[in-house]
Design a protein around this ligand. Structure first.
Ligand SMILES: [Fe+2]
Ligand SMILES: [Fe+2]
Length: 186
């Protein structure tokens, strides 16, 4: 398991920053399947927190830029549809016992969809963004995403962690609300 996943400081623009996050997410999603019990729950909570920040940043800061590119509207819509579908599956997943067979099979499909979605962004969206956006705007977009992520609480309050098997991070919808708040304040 990878223990340290720091966002690199030399991320030169928003595309580099987001690709770096894709790598971190990939690691977290793999960790969920490789662990069990409390540890699995912890990785699952971390993955949900990270997804909330990452997808909200893409939706609020990156997608408006994508839409301005030729053919960008269609690309942006396709990515939004994938993200919305993932949110629905996540809402189902968080109601399941992480050690159940149902969780493992649903999460395995979910993980693949998230990976396919990230790949589609890297293949279809990010190059379009790079080709049609002023480089300064992409650096500014990175700074906005970074600032908003600092404001968004990324971890549940320490009191939410109990000594028993229950590690409560709150539902994904609440994480999204917090992330949206942070991004809209910027
Ligand atoms: Fe995305
Ligand atoms: Fe992404």
């Amino acid at each position: 398991m990878t223990e340290t996943r720091h966002i690199t400081d030399d991320a030169s623009d928003v595309v580099v920053f987001l690709i770096d996050q894709h790598q971190q997410l990939k690691g977290l999603l793999a960790d969920v399947l490789q662990t069990s019990g409390e540890e699995r729950q912890r990785y699952f909570d971390q993955a949900r927190e990270m997804l909330a920040r990452h997808e909200t940043g893409e939706e609020m800061i990156v997608r408006p830029l994508t839409r301005k590119a030729p053919g960008g509207e269609e690309v942006a819509e396709a990515r939004m549809a994938e993200e919305n579908e993932a949110k629905e599956v996540l809402a189902k997943l968080e109601k399941m016992d992480v050690d159940s067979d149902e969780f493992v099979s649903t999460f395995t499909g979910f993980r693949q969809s998230v990976l396919d979605h990230a790949e589609a962004e890297e293949r279809d969206e990010f190059p379009l963004l790079r080709q049609n956006t002023d480089p300064d705007a992409l650096v500014k977009a990175r700074d906005r995403v970074k600032r908003a992520e600092k404001m968004a609480p990324t971890h549940p309050h320490p009191s939410a962690k109990t000594t028993t098997a229950n590690y409560v991070a709150g539902p994904f919808a609440a994480m999204l609300d917090r992330a949206r708040d942070a991004f809209s304040k910027d």
